[in-house]
Design a protein. Sequence first.
Length: 156
Amino acid sequence: MRKALLAAVWMAVASVSPGVAQSGARESARDKLIGSWRLAWVEEQQPDGTMKRYTDRLGTIVYTRDGHMSVQIMLPEGRSVPENNPVKYDRGGYEAYYGPYEVDEAVHTVTHHVEGALVRSLIGKDLTRVYRFEGKQLILTSSRPDERWTIAWEHN
């Protein structure tokens, strides 16, 4: 009886708890995105065309089950984003925006529909990111060919 009760409780928890997959069930990319992620590193193209990895930035990105997201990134004091980036995401070394999101698993993209942002010119824009999962990391890159950056997030 006790084993049956424990099994019933486990099945109930697994069916409603994020991050707990039932055996045999394939977790969708959208399900994998859900939760809070901590910034691990950023790789950006430098003015000379080379890529440089930074691990000194702080940030979080959050994806909710009901289809909303928010992101915040802070650069260290005195640092700025390279000027060769065609889109201005930050102001004074700080980036923040939020809004609903959509996942297209066929092409491995997540699109952030910006409703509010520190940089007001981003409001109303759709920012499409190519995603992949590597171990505990979510790796995002811009879908724009003129933007050369990669950002890695780790689940909190």
